[in-house]
Design a protein around this ligand. Structure first.
Ligand code: DAH
Length: 344
Protein backbone atom coordinates (compact mmCIF):
# COMPACT_ATOMS: atom_id res chain seq x y z
CA UNK A 1 0.00 0.00 0.00
CA UNK A 2 2.81 2.36 0.91
CA UNK A 3 4.47 1.58 -2.40
CA UNK A 4 1.29 2.29 -4.32
CA UNK A 5 0.91 5.60 -2.50
CA UNK A 6 4.50 6.53 -3.34
CA UNK A 7 4.00 5.57 -7.00
CA UNK A 8 0.79 7.54 -7.23
CA UNK A 9 2.48 10.56 -5.74
CA UNK A 10 5.35 10.33 -8.24
CA UNK A 11 3.13 9.94 -11.25
CA UNK A 12 0.74 12.70 -10.09
CA UNK A 13 3.62 15.16 -9.54
CA UNK A 14 5.06 14.19 -12.92
CA UNK A 15 1.74 14.85 -14.67
CA UNK A 16 1.16 18.10 -12.84
CA UNK A 17 4.52 19.41 -14.00
CA UNK A 18 3.58 18.64 -17.65
CA UNK A 19 0.24 20.48 -17.58
CA UNK A 20 -0.06 23.58 -19.79
CA UNK A 21 -3.48 25.04 -18.92
CA UNK A 22 -5.98 25.37 -16.07
CA UNK A 23 -8.53 22.95 -17.54
CA UNK A 24 -6.00 20.12 -17.70
CA UNK A 25 -4.93 20.91 -14.16
CA UNK A 26 -8.53 20.78 -12.95
CA UNK A 27 -8.98 17.36 -14.63
CA UNK A 28 -5.91 16.08 -12.82
CA UNK A 29 -7.15 17.43 -9.51
CA UNK A 30 -10.41 15.48 -9.97
CA UNK A 31 -8.46 12.41 -11.08
CA UNK A 32 -6.32 12.29 -7.92
CA UNK A 33 -8.10 14.24 -5.18
CA UNK A 34 -11.77 14.10 -6.27
CA UNK A 35 -14.51 12.13 -4.51
CA UNK A 36 -13.95 9.23 -6.87
CA UNK A 37 -10.27 10.00 -7.31
CA UNK A 38 -7.30 7.66 -6.89
CA UNK A 39 -6.37 8.82 -3.39
CA UNK A 40 -9.93 8.24 -2.15
CA UNK A 41 -9.90 4.80 -3.76
CA UNK A 42 -6.72 3.93 -1.90
CA UNK A 43 -8.21 5.14 1.38
CA UNK A 44 -11.05 2.69 0.92
CA UNK A 45 -8.48 -0.12 1.00
CA UNK A 46 -7.34 0.95 4.51
CA UNK A 47 -9.99 -1.27 6.10
CA UNK A 48 -7.93 -4.34 5.28
CA UNK A 49 -4.81 -3.03 7.05
CA UNK A 50 -3.64 -4.21 10.41
CA UNK A 51 -4.15 -1.87 13.40
CA UNK A 52 -0.34 -1.27 13.54
CA UNK A 53 -0.13 -0.33 9.89
CA UNK A 54 -3.15 2.04 9.85
CA UNK A 55 -1.64 5.09 11.58
CA UNK A 56 1.52 4.82 9.46
CA UNK A 57 -0.44 4.60 6.21
CA UNK A 58 -2.83 7.30 7.41
CA UNK A 59 0.10 9.65 7.98
CA UNK A 60 1.50 8.82 4.58
CA UNK A 61 -1.86 9.51 2.92
CA UNK A 62 -1.94 12.92 4.60
CA UNK A 63 1.56 13.66 3.43
CA UNK A 64 0.76 12.66 -0.13
CA UNK A 65 -2.45 14.73 -0.12
CA UNK A 66 -0.52 17.70 1.26
CA UNK A 67 2.21 17.33 -1.34
CA UNK A 68 -0.30 17.05 -4.20
CA UNK A 69 -2.35 20.00 -2.99
CA UNK A 70 0.77 22.13 -2.72
CA UNK A 71 1.80 21.06 -6.22
CA UNK A 72 -1.67 21.90 -7.61
CA UNK A 73 -1.67 25.34 -5.96
CA UNK A 74 1.82 26.13 -7.14
CA UNK A 75 1.06 25.01 -10.67
CA UNK A 76 -2.19 27.00 -10.73
CA UNK A 77 -0.45 30.21 -9.78
CA UNK A 78 2.29 29.55 -12.32
CA UNK A 79 -0.37 29.08 -15.01
CA UNK A 80 -2.24 32.25 -13.90
CA UNK A 81 0.94 34.22 -14.09
CA UNK A 82 1.73 32.91 -17.56
CA UNK A 83 -1.76 33.92 -18.76
CA UNK A 84 -1.30 37.39 -17.30
CA UNK A 85 2.09 37.80 -18.96
CA UNK A 86 0.71 36.71 -22.30
CA UNK A 87 -2.17 39.17 -21.95
CA UNK A 88 0.15 42.04 -21.02
CA UNK A 89 2.48 41.22 -23.88
CA UNK A 90 -0.37 41.18 -26.41
CA UNK A 91 -1.96 44.38 -25.10
CA UNK A 92 1.05 46.66 -24.76
CA UNK A 93 0.49 50.23 -25.87
CA UNK A 94 3.35 51.88 -27.67
CA UNK A 95 3.20 55.35 -26.15
CA UNK A 96 5.89 56.57 -28.53
CA UNK A 97 3.61 56.17 -31.60
CA UNK A 98 2.65 59.58 -33.03
CA UNK A 99 -1.05 60.48 -32.48
CA UNK A 100 -3.59 60.56 -35.29
CA UNK A 101 -3.76 64.16 -36.54
CA UNK A 102 -7.17 65.87 -36.52
CA UNK A 103 -7.24 68.09 -39.61
CA UNK A 104 -8.30 71.64 -38.81
CA UNK A 105 -9.38 74.29 -41.27
CA UNK A 106 -7.64 77.62 -41.73
CA UNK A 107 -9.06 81.08 -42.06
CA UNK A 108 -9.61 81.99 -45.71
CA UNK A 109 -7.12 84.65 -46.85
CA UNK A 110 -9.96 86.94 -48.01
CA UNK A 111 -11.72 86.67 -44.63
CA UNK A 112 -8.41 87.45 -42.98
CA UNK A 113 -7.86 90.60 -45.08
CA UNK A 114 -11.47 91.72 -44.50
CA UNK A 115 -11.05 91.30 -40.74
CA UNK A 116 -7.78 93.20 -40.78
CA UNK A 117 -9.33 96.09 -42.73
CA UNK A 118 -12.43 96.10 -40.51
CA UNK A 119 -10.25 96.30 -37.39
CA UNK A 120 -8.37 99.31 -38.78
CA UNK A 121 -11.54 101.21 -39.64
CA UNK A 122 -13.32 100.28 -36.40
CA UNK A 123 -10.25 101.78 -34.68
CA UNK A 124 -10.99 105.00 -36.60
CA UNK A 125 -14.60 105.05 -35.35
CA UNK A 126 -16.32 103.44 -38.33
CA UNK A 127 -19.24 101.02 -38.07
CA UNK A 128 -19.82 97.92 -40.24
CA UNK A 129 -22.85 98.14 -42.55
CA UNK A 130 -24.46 95.47 -44.71
CA UNK A 131 -26.68 95.28 -47.75
CA UNK A 132 -28.23 92.63 -50.01
CA UNK A 133 -26.31 90.91 -52.80
CA UNK A 134 -29.50 90.63 -54.83
CA UNK A 135 -30.10 94.34 -55.28
CA UNK A 136 -32.50 96.68 -56.99
CA UNK A 137 -31.38 98.68 -60.02
CA UNK A 138 -32.67 101.65 -58.06
CA UNK A 139 -29.98 101.33 -55.36
CA UNK A 140 -27.22 99.82 -57.48
CA UNK A 141 -27.42 102.61 -60.09
CA UNK A 142 -30.16 105.26 -59.85
CA UNK A 143 -29.44 106.37 -56.28
CA UNK A 144 -25.78 106.64 -57.22
CA UNK A 145 -26.45 109.15 -59.97
CA UNK A 146 -26.49 106.56 -62.74
CA UNK A 147 -29.85 106.91 -64.51
CA UNK A 148 -30.98 104.19 -66.93
CA UNK A 149 -29.31 105.66 -70.02
CA UNK A 150 -26.08 106.70 -68.30
CA UNK A 151 -23.07 105.59 -70.36
CA UNK A 152 -21.06 104.76 -67.22
CA UNK A 153 -23.37 101.79 -66.59
CA UNK A 154 -21.37 100.05 -69.28
CA UNK A 155 -18.35 100.11 -66.96
CA UNK A 156 -20.04 97.41 -64.91
CA UNK A 157 -21.56 94.57 -66.91
CA UNK A 158 -24.37 93.21 -64.79
CA UNK A 159 -26.28 90.02 -64.05
CA UNK A 160 -29.94 91.05 -64.28
CA UNK A 161 -32.72 88.82 -62.90
CA UNK A 162 -35.48 91.17 -64.05
CA UNK A 163 -35.40 94.70 -65.44
CA UNK A 164 -35.30 96.02 -61.89
CA UNK A 165 -33.39 93.34 -59.97
CA UNK A 166 -29.75 92.36 -60.39
CA UNK A 167 -26.77 90.98 -58.51
CA UNK A 168 -25.07 94.08 -57.14
CA UNK A 169 -22.09 95.14 -59.23
CA UNK A 170 -20.43 96.99 -56.36
CA UNK A 171 -20.94 97.64 -52.63
CA UNK A 172 -21.81 101.30 -53.32
CA UNK A 173 -25.61 100.75 -53.05
CA UNK A 174 -25.02 100.29 -49.31
CA UNK A 175 -24.10 104.00 -49.22
CA UNK A 176 -27.62 104.95 -50.32
CA UNK A 177 -29.29 102.35 -48.08
CA UNK A 178 -27.34 103.51 -45.03
CA UNK A 179 -28.03 107.19 -45.59
CA UNK A 180 -31.77 106.53 -46.08
CA UNK A 181 -31.85 104.53 -42.84
CA UNK A 182 -30.10 107.36 -40.97
CA UNK A 183 -32.80 109.82 -42.14
CA UNK A 184 -30.53 112.84 -42.28
CA UNK A 185 -28.66 112.04 -39.05
CA UNK A 186 -24.92 112.78 -38.88
CA UNK A 187 -22.23 111.62 -38.72
CA UNK A 188 -22.42 108.67 -41.09
CA UNK A 189 -19.21 106.64 -40.79
CA UNK A 190 -19.42 103.15 -42.23
CA UNK A 191 -17.53 100.53 -44.13
CA UNK A 192 -19.28 97.67 -45.89
CA UNK A 193 -17.47 94.51 -46.94
CA UNK A 194 -19.29 92.14 -49.28
CA UNK A 195 -19.53 90.11 -52.45
CA UNK A 196 -20.19 91.75 -55.80
CA UNK A 197 -20.87 90.32 -59.27
CA UNK A 198 -19.97 91.31 -62.81
CA UNK A 199 -20.45 89.67 -66.16
CA UNK A 200 -16.72 89.24 -66.74
CA UNK A 201 -14.92 86.29 -68.26
CA UNK A 202 -12.86 84.67 -65.50
CA UNK A 203 -9.11 84.80 -65.93
CA UNK A 204 -6.05 85.39 -63.75
CA UNK A 205 -7.16 88.91 -62.80
CA UNK A 206 -10.95 88.82 -63.37
CA UNK A 207 -13.69 86.96 -61.57
CA UNK A 208 -17.46 87.14 -62.08
CA UNK A 209 -17.73 87.26 -58.29
CA UNK A 210 -15.33 89.17 -56.10
CA UNK A 211 -15.18 91.15 -52.88
CA UNK A 212 -15.25 94.87 -52.20
CA UNK A 213 -15.11 97.10 -49.16
CA UNK A 214 -17.06 100.31 -49.40
CA UNK A 215 -16.47 103.30 -47.15
CA UNK A 216 -18.67 106.35 -46.53
CA UNK A 217 -18.33 109.37 -44.25
CA UNK A 218 -20.94 112.15 -44.18
CA UNK A 219 -20.86 115.06 -41.75
CA UNK A 220 -20.60 118.84 -41.57
CA UNK A 221 -17.37 120.18 -43.07
CA UNK A 222 -15.92 116.98 -44.52
CA UNK A 223 -13.26 117.74 -47.13
CA UNK A 224 -10.85 116.07 -49.50
CA UNK A 225 -8.15 116.27 -46.79
CA UNK A 226 -10.26 113.99 -44.56
CA UNK A 227 -10.44 111.48 -47.39
CA UNK A 228 -6.69 111.55 -47.92
CA UNK A 229 -5.88 111.50 -44.18
CA UNK A 230 -8.20 108.54 -43.55
CA UNK A 231 -6.83 106.51 -46.44
CA UNK A 232 -3.22 107.34 -45.54
CA UNK A 233 -3.84 106.19 -41.95
CA UNK A 234 -5.41 103.01 -43.29
CA UNK A 235 -2.50 102.38 -45.68
CA UNK A 236 0.12 102.87 -42.96
CA UNK A 237 -1.65 100.44 -40.62
CA UNK A 238 -2.21 97.91 -43.37
CA UNK A 239 1.14 98.04 -45.14
CA UNK A 240 3.59 99.70 -42.71
CA UNK A 241 4.37 103.10 -41.15
CA UNK A 242 6.38 104.46 -44.07
CA UNK A 243 3.62 103.77 -46.58
CA UNK A 244 2.68 106.71 -48.83
CA UNK A 245 -0.48 107.25 -50.89
CA UNK A 246 -1.12 109.29 -54.00
CA UNK A 247 -4.42 110.63 -55.33
CA UNK A 248 -4.97 110.79 -59.09
CA UNK A 249 -7.93 112.53 -60.75
CA UNK A 250 -10.54 110.09 -61.98
CA UNK A 251 -14.24 109.82 -62.70
CA UNK A 252 -17.12 108.12 -60.94
CA UNK A 253 -20.72 109.26 -61.40
CA UNK A 254 -21.35 109.18 -57.63
CA UNK A 255 -18.40 111.36 -56.59
CA UNK A 256 -17.23 114.83 -57.56
CA UNK A 257 -14.33 115.27 -57.61
CA UNK A 258 -13.21 111.69 -57.92
CA UNK A 259 -9.79 110.21 -57.31
CA UNK A 260 -8.00 106.97 -57.83
CA UNK A 261 -5.79 106.14 -54.84
CA UNK A 262 -2.35 104.59 -55.39
CA UNK A 263 -0.05 103.04 -52.81
CA UNK A 264 3.66 103.55 -53.09
CA UNK A 265 4.84 100.11 -54.19
CA UNK A 266 5.61 98.13 -51.03
CA UNK A 267 7.67 95.69 -53.03
CA UNK A 268 10.28 98.11 -54.40
CA UNK A 269 9.60 101.19 -52.25
CA UNK A 270 8.78 103.22 -55.35
CA UNK A 271 11.84 102.46 -57.48
CA UNK A 272 9.84 100.45 -60.01
CA UNK A 273 9.53 96.68 -60.23
CA UNK A 274 7.40 93.87 -61.67
CA UNK A 275 4.64 94.26 -59.04
CA UNK A 276 4.07 97.97 -59.84
CA UNK A 277 4.83 97.54 -63.55
CA UNK A 278 7.85 99.87 -63.16
CA UNK A 279 5.68 102.84 -62.10
CA UNK A 280 6.52 102.79 -58.39
CA UNK A 281 2.79 103.02 -57.55
CA UNK A 282 -0.04 100.51 -57.22
CA UNK A 283 -3.68 101.45 -57.71
CA UNK A 284 -5.84 100.06 -54.90
CA UNK A 285 -9.12 101.95 -54.75
CA UNK A 286 -11.56 104.46 -56.18
CA UNK A 287 -12.79 107.37 -54.11
CA UNK A 288 -14.09 110.91 -54.09
CA UNK A 289 -16.32 113.50 -52.50
CA UNK A 290 -19.90 112.25 -52.45
CA UNK A 291 -21.80 113.85 -55.35
CA UNK A 292 -24.36 116.46 -54.16
CA UNK A 293 -27.06 114.63 -56.14
CA UNK A 294 -26.32 111.41 -54.24
CA UNK A 295 -26.56 113.19 -50.88
CA UNK A 296 -29.79 114.87 -51.93
CA UNK A 297 -31.48 111.69 -53.18
CA UNK A 298 -30.61 109.97 -49.87
CA UNK A 299 -32.19 112.77 -47.79
CA UNK A 300 -29.19 114.95 -46.96
CA UNK A 301 -28.83 118.66 -47.74
CA UNK A 302 -25.58 119.16 -49.73
CA UNK A 303 -25.56 122.82 -48.61
CA UNK A 304 -25.17 121.66 -45.00
CA UNK A 305 -23.19 118.43 -45.11
CA UNK A 306 -20.57 116.84 -47.31
CA UNK A 307 -18.91 113.47 -47.44
CA UNK A 308 -16.29 111.23 -48.95
CA UNK A 309 -16.55 107.66 -50.15
CA UNK A 310 -14.26 104.95 -51.38
CA UNK A 311 -14.40 101.42 -52.69
CA UNK A 312 -11.61 98.86 -52.79
CA UNK A 313 -11.20 95.37 -54.16
CA UNK A 314 -10.26 92.91 -51.43
CA UNK A 315 -8.79 90.29 -53.81
CA UNK A 316 -6.45 92.87 -55.30
CA UNK A 317 -5.13 93.79 -51.86
CA UNK A 318 -4.79 90.12 -50.87
CA UNK A 319 -2.99 89.31 -54.15
CA UNK A 320 -0.54 92.17 -53.64
CA UNK A 321 0.01 91.44 -49.97
CA UNK A 322 0.51 87.67 -50.35
CA UNK A 323 1.96 87.60 -53.86
CA UNK A 324 -0.94 85.55 -55.28
CA UNK A 325 -0.76 85.55 -59.08
CA UNK A 326 -4.18 84.17 -60.01
CA UNK A 327 -7.45 85.47 -58.50
CA UNK A 328 -9.11 82.07 -59.10
CA UNK A 329 -7.01 80.54 -56.30
CA UNK A 330 -9.30 82.31 -53.83
CA UNK A 331 -12.40 80.44 -55.01
CA UNK A 332 -11.29 76.94 -55.98
CA UNK A 333 -10.68 75.89 -52.36
CA UNK A 334 -7.53 73.92 -53.05
CA UNK A 335 -6.35 73.10 -49.53
CA UNK A 336 -2.73 73.25 -50.67
CA UNK A 337 -3.31 76.94 -51.41
CA UNK A 338 -5.42 77.67 -48.33
CA UNK A 339 -3.06 75.92 -45.89
CA UNK A 340 -0.32 78.42 -46.72
CA UNK A 341 -2.22 81.10 -44.81
CA UNK A 342 -2.13 79.18 -41.54
CA UNK A 343 0.89 80.92 -40.11
CA UNK A 344 0.28 83.19 -37.13
N1 DAH B 1 -18.03 101.42 -56.86
C1 DAH B 1 -16.79 101.62 -57.56
C2 DAH B 1 -16.43 100.38 -58.36
O1 DAH B 1 -16.93 99.34 -58.09
C3 DAH B 1 -15.68 101.89 -56.58
C4 DAH B 1 -15.87 103.21 -55.91
C5 DAH B 1 -15.32 104.35 -56.47
C6 DAH B 1 -16.62 103.30 -54.75
C7 DAH B 1 -15.49 105.56 -55.87
C8 DAH B 1 -16.80 104.53 -54.14
C9 DAH B 1 -16.23 105.67 -54.71
O2 DAH B 1 -17.49 104.70 -53.02
O3 DAH B 1 -16.40 106.87 -54.10
O4 DAH B 1 -15.66 100.47 -59.27
Amino acid sequence: MQTRLQEMKESALGQISQVTDSAQLQDLRVKYLGKKGELTELLRGMGSLSPEERPLVGQLVNEVRGALEAAFTQKQSALDEAVLHAKLASQTIDVTLPGRPVPTGTMHPLSRIIEEIEDIFIGLGFEIAEGPEVEMDHFNFEMLNLPKDHPARDMQDSFYMTDEILLRTHTSPVQARTMLKKQGDTPVKIICPGKVYRRDDDDATHSHQFTQIEGLVVDKGIGMSDLKGTLLTFAKQMFGPTQQVRLRPSFFPFTEPSAEVDLQCFNCGGDGCRVCKQTGWIEILGSGMVHPRVLEMAGYNPQEVSGFAFGMGVERIAMLKYGVEDIRHFYTNDVRFLRQFNRG
